[in-house]
Design a protein around this ligand. Structure first.
Ligand code: TNX
Length: 495
């Protein structure tokens, strides 16, 4: 095994840890009509479906035949295989993919899907390689704001397809904000009956029923992705206070809000309805959530007094734990210095980071979502038709050329759970705009979270990513034409 390097020129993103290409003059593995075999028939079925969809040639599952085989082997997790590591061996007659978990198999399948090329006879072939791979960070996510503008279950599934291809393992759904409430909460019907019908100006209203939310989680889970629901509290709460007047000191509902201001809304610790609301909503979301995490927001409660903020953050944190989930919150909640396990999500480089540096000394883990590198509602440059620019323009190179361990003084590699991109939807209101803002930058975040910084190189990354544009177009994903350094769109297309 030798370390991956650019001379291999395999179009893999993120870059795997070790790649060995075969020097023997043997033919490549032909993927057309190959058959996936696995001890778990459902795993094989899904793998065949994913390979078919992402390679453009039909791959079958569980067929009892002599066809070329892709063997999926689930080993014991342990010394040889960590949570998401995998080993992929491609020979002329067989592909063997082994991992210590279903998630590891999904990561290896994404690699296999990216390896394909067309040969001279227009067959879809996989070069003979051995790859051993594992991620730098256990948390690699995308936060999607479905509150300002709603995205349907089918659209969210398409986003999950992108996440799968780039080995992400978290989909954070920002389900509530001032402009709308997007998840059905049985017993609190007005949240969705009233605030499911509101959105940001020009945005789409809507909400997920409990069944819809289960479907999204099924789709994600099968692909090795954990859904992290966010109910933003104690600020960003106008959708709730608009649906239930009892959450306000006046007893009257607040008006619907469709603008882009932040920081004006809040919950009130002294009102009896607030405790009922917290228990009802957190209890229901926890019960609906398969994954171990519940994100409670905690950001930008700008008009709230700090005592009330802390009282509510501490109470919310407690109720989340009583419901068996681990709390996740935006960086502002570090002011409350909550007990581990706790994840704080760093986003605003304008804010003081002392609380975060202190929190990691008490065992907190940090998710890096620094706006200048990972906020993909930011424009690429002045000509981008969508999005905003409060954190500046974020080019593909900005999204790529940085190290999460060097972002916050006093927050080092061991304190970092991982990285998460975010896309806010005040100005990104349909799937075309969404995918244009995500691609190609999402691929950069993927490599930042997966591959060690010293193994990364921007030119090499741009070269590997070049051929992916054809994949995106084949999937019907719009993308920004800015590959290459300094925005040049001059890469040869391949495969
Ligand atoms: C800041 S990031 C926000 C969001 C906005 C976003 C727009 C964060 C925790 N809060 O409410 O949508 O900027 O880029």
């Amino acid at each position: 095994m030798k370390p991956a390097n650019s001379t291999l020129a395999l179009p893999l993103v993120p870059q795997p840890r070790f790649i060995q290409t075969s020097t023997e003059p043997k033919p490549a593995f032909v993927l057309n009509a190959a058959n996936v075999a696995s001890a778990d028939p459902q795993t094989a079925q899904l793998a065949a479906k994913l390979l078919t969809s992402h390679t453009g040639t039909e791959v079958t599952a569980n067929r009892d035949s002599t066809a070329r085989t892709i063997d999926l082997v689930l080993e014991e997790e342990g010394a040889n295989y960590t949570a998401e590591s995998y080993r992929l061996q491609v020979d002329t007659d067989a592909v063997t993919l082994s991992a210590g978990s279903e998630q590891g198999l999904q990561r290896g399948l994404a690699t296999l899907a990216q390896l394909v090329a067309n040969d001279a006879q227009s067959r879809v072939v996989v070069p003979l390689v051995t790859i051993e791979d594992s991620p730098r960070y256990p948390w690699r996510g995308l936060s999607l704001d479905v509150a300002r503008s709603f995205y349907t279950v089918e659209e969210v599934e398409r986003v999950i397809d992108m996440l799968w291809l780039y080995k992400f393992n978290r989909l954070h759904l920002h389900l509530t904000d001032d402009q709308g409430w997007r998840l059905e909460i049985p017993g609190w019907e007005a949240l969705t009956e009233v605030s499911g019908n509101t959105a940001g100006e020009g945005g789409t209203p809507g909400f997920y029923s409990t069944e819809d939310f289960a479907r999204i989680q099924d789709y994600a889970q099968a692909r090795g992705i954990v859904v992290v629901p966010e109910i933003d509290m104690p600020g960003h709460t106008n959708a709730a206070t608009h649906a239930y007047g009892e959450l306000n000191p006046t007893g009257q509902p607040t008006p619907a809000y469709a603008g882009t201001k932040v920081g004006f809304s809040m919950l009130h610790p002294e009102l009896p309805a607030t405790e009922k609301f917290l228990q009802g909503v957190i209890g229901s979301v926890a019960a609906q959530t398969r994954g171990p995490y519940l994100h409670f927001g905690g950001d930008e409660a700008l008009d709230m007094n700090q005592d009330n903020y802390r009282i509510l953050v501490e109470r919310i944190d407690q109720i989340i734990r009583e419901n068996g989930k681990q709390p996740v919150a935006w960086q502002e909640a570090a002011a409350a210095d909550l007990t581990p396990p706790i994840f704080y999500q760093f986003w605003d480089p304008r804010l003081d980071t002392d609380d975060l540096a202190q929190a990691v000394n008490h065992g907190a883990q940090i998710i890096i979502s620094i706006a200048t590198r990972t906020y993909f509602d930011m424009k690429y440059d002045a000509s981008t038709p969508y999005g905003q620019d409060w954190a500046g323009y974020v080019s593909l190179e900005d999204a790529y050329a940085w190290d999460p361990a060097r972002v916050i003084p006093g927050v080092d590699e061991a304190d970092i759970a991982g990285v998460e991109a975010a896309i806010w939807t005040e100005k990104i209101q349909d799937f075309t705009a969404l995918s244009y803002q995500l691609l190609p930058r999402l691929a950069a975040t993927a490599e930042v979270g997966w591959a060690p910084t010293d193994s990364r190189n921007a030119d090499d990354f741009f070269t590997r990513l070049g051929s992916h544009r054809q994949r995106w177009s084949r999937q019907g994903w719009d993308w920004h034409p800015s590959l290459g350094l300094n925005g040049a769109n001059d890469l040869p297309s391949q495969g």
